[in-house]
Every structure is written in C-alpha cells, then in structure tokens.
Design a protein around this ligand. Structure first.
Ligand code: AMP
Ligand code: MG
Length: 368
C-alpha cells in the first residue's frame, strides 16, 4: 500500500533502473533528475498537501502529510509530537530492542503478572478481541513458529521444520494463555518461554497514536502512514478526500485500485511481499496458528477499513491467514470492511464484503 501521490515516485524509480541499463551517463542523468523530483516533492505543496514529515521507525518508514499551512514553530512542534509518539511506542513494543517493556516481559522467564503501560494493555486487548473473533487465526504469540520458518531473527531453514518440532513449539503458542487484566493493568503468561510479538498490529497502533496526537494539537487535515498502514483525517487543502493506492498482490508491484478515506484507516496484508521458495513450495511470513505452518501463498492481499488503524491492521493479517473462502465468511459474519484481491486464471479477482461495499455510498456522497 502506498499513498496515491507517491505512485509517481515509485514508477519513476523503475524508470531510473532501466536508464542505468542503457548507459551509465544516461543513468546518472536520470538519477539526478529523479533526485530533483524527490526534493521538490518533499518541499513544495502538491496534491493539496502543505507539509510532509517523513522518517524511519519500527524498521520501516513513516510519512505524515498535513493539508494545513503551519509556520516554522508549529512545524517543529508537529515534528516533535510525531517523533515522541513513535519513540514511545518503539520503547514499549519493540522486540528488537531487548530493553523495551515488551522484551522485558518476553525474556522474563516467569509466569507472574507484570504491570504494563496503558498502550500495551490497549493493543494487547484489541489483539485478543481479533483473535477471538477470527477463531484464533490472529495470534500475537505465534513468534516461535515465525522464527522456526525463518521469518524472525533466525535464519531460513534448509528444510521445512519437522512436524514434531512444530508440535513442540506450539506448546508455547496460544493467545488464550496470555492473561490480560485490564483493571489492574497487568499481563501474565501461562508458560515462561511464551512471548508476544505485536508486528501484525503495532504499525496500525502507531498510526492511531500519531493521529490522536495531531488531533490533540488542533490539526484537522492530515494523512498518517506507518509502514503502509494509513489513516486520514479531514480532507486535502483542495477539498478532495485523501486517496491511497492498494498494491497489486501478484508478486509484481503497482497500484491495483485507489481507495478514498473519510476519517478512517486502511491496512493491508499480503502473502506476496515476504516469502521464499523451498523444495517446490512457496512459504510466506504469515503463519496459520492452527497448523503451525505458513498460510498457503496464493498471491492475495486483504485491505481492511476501520476507524482504528490497529484493528484494521490485525484483521488484515487475520484474513490472510483465513484465505479467500473462510476469510470472506468470517469478515462478513464479523462486519469487517474488507477488500480481497487475489490472483486467478484471468488475472486479478476481487471480493468486497458488504461493509466494504457500503462505504461506496458514503464515498459517493463525500465526493460531491
Ligand atoms: P502484517 O504485515 O501486519 O500482516 O504482519 C505480519 C507479521 O506478523 C509477520 O511478519 C509475523 O511477524 C507476524 N505474524 C505472522 N503470523 C501471524 C498471525 N497469525 N497472527 C499474528 N501475527 C502474525
Ligand atoms: Mg497486520
């Protein structure tokens, strides 16, 4: 997923690569021109955007577009608000930083209840709700399996892990065995070696947090994006809605469809971005906790729209686990606004749940 205004950049990056093949001189020229385009885009207002703040967080990039003019002081204030929110979330939830609050819980090796920051309690409670509603497809305790399949810090395996190994690891997996006490603000685990990895929901949660901070500072028109999960508030300066592109899920790149956001968030998960082929099978990074193995990779993306980016993020991952048939059934039952895009013989095929389709009336009304 990428914001629609960035599409131009993505396409011109491809063009620069082709130029390099033709001749070094032409490539250098192309890259120079491209650099100029990048600089101009980040400085000048375009597409109804007055300011853009970008950077790196959570192992990925973020961008915040603001459609209101801000003076230099206000810009500095907004940048520091964004950075402090993101830094706080990393300090709480990172599994790469061994000193984060979540890492300390994970490596504690004990099962007693531990007090946690309200943000961690909130995101873990939301995750548990999606786990329940998705029949266990979403599970933040799945990390031992993610690692065994080579999608965590551990190396890719030379062969698919044996059933016995997966069965052993599954003893340490299961969202029901993490106990959250909302009133006390504590969390405990049933097995000392269990650990919680919020990769599938934390980017969305970060988007919500940054959006709340901006709203709290009085901003009314902005688009927040962290690692491809997005939330729009208000409209662009020219009155048009925020528009974001949903990527093609067929191992290639490019925008499949543009979606307009009306004070809501969109998150996308897919099996086409992080995968490898081993012994004739394609394995992808989203694990089906019910089998202990990666959910089958067929070239699918699921985009979910929700008021909360965290919930959209969690559901998008859950629906990739469930796949097109079961995923559609569960999304309809749970009233989730989801767009499934998948490969089929004739090209790409899409399915919208009724809640997703119902947004069209709202979008049509909004476009007037
Ligand atoms: P996302 O990009 O939001 O779909 O999150 C994918 C990441 O979440 C993976 O790279 C894993 O770290 C983790 N993950 C994999 N399978 C699951 C699952 N069934 N439930 C929750 N998190 C998962
Ligand atoms: Mg997700």
């Amino acid at each position: 997923m990428t914001s629609a205004s960035e599409r131009v950049l993505i396409q011109s990056r491809g063009g620069a690569g082709a130029g390099r093949l033709r001749s070094a001189a032409l490539a250098a020229l192309t890259l120079l021109t491209l650099a100029a385009v990048v600089v101009r885009q980040s400085q000048a207002p375009r597409d109804g955007v007055a300011h853009e703040f970008t950077g790196f967080t959570m192992g990925t990039t973020y961008s915040v577009k603001v459609a209101e003019r801000l003076d230099a002081d206000r810009r500095a204030q907004v940048r520091s608000l964004i950075e402090s929110r993101l830094d706080r979330i990393v300090g709480l939830m990172s599994t790469y930083d061994s000193t984060s609050e979540l890492s300390r819980f994970n490596h504690r090796g004990q099962t007693d209840a531990v007090r946690m920051a309200p943000e961690l309690i909130a995101v873990m409670t939301l995750a548990r709700d999606v786990s329940e509603r998705s029949g266990g497809a979403f599970d933040v305790t799945v990390a031992p399996l993610v690692n065994a399949w080579g999608f965590g810090p551990a190396q890719r395996p030379a062969h698919a892990p044996a059933e016995a190994e997966l069965d052993e690891l599954r003893r340490r997996v299961g969202y029901r065995r993490v106990f959250i006490d909302g009133a006390e603000g504590t969390v405990a685990k049933a097995h000392p070696a269990m650990f919680v990895d919020l990769s599938a929901v934390a980017k969305g949660f970060a988007v919500d947090q940054v959006a709340d901070a901006l709203t709290g500072a009085g901003l009314e028109r902005f688009l927040v994006e962290v690692g491809g999960e997005l939330k729009g508030r208000g409209r662009r300066a020219d009155g048009s809605p925020w528009r974001v592109g949903v990527e093609r899920p067929d191992w290639g790149r490019g925008v499949y469809r543009v979606v307009e956001l009306f004070d809501e968030a969109i998150a996308t998960s897919g099996d086409y971005r992080n995968f490898y082929d081993l012994d004739g099978t394609r394995y992808q990074h989203i694990i089906d906790p019910r089998t202990g193995s990666p959910a089958p990779a067929h070239g699918i993306s699921v985009s979910v729209i929700d008021e909360a980016a965290a919930r959209a993020d969690a559901w998008a991952t859950a629906l990739v686990v469930l796949g097109p048939a079961e995923g559609e059934e569960v999304a309809i039952r749970e009233g989730v606004a989801a767009l499934f895009v998948m490969r089929s013989e004739g090209g790409l095929r899409e399915v919208e749940t009724p809640a997703f389709a119902a947004r069209r009336a709202k979008a049509d009304a909004g476009a007037r």
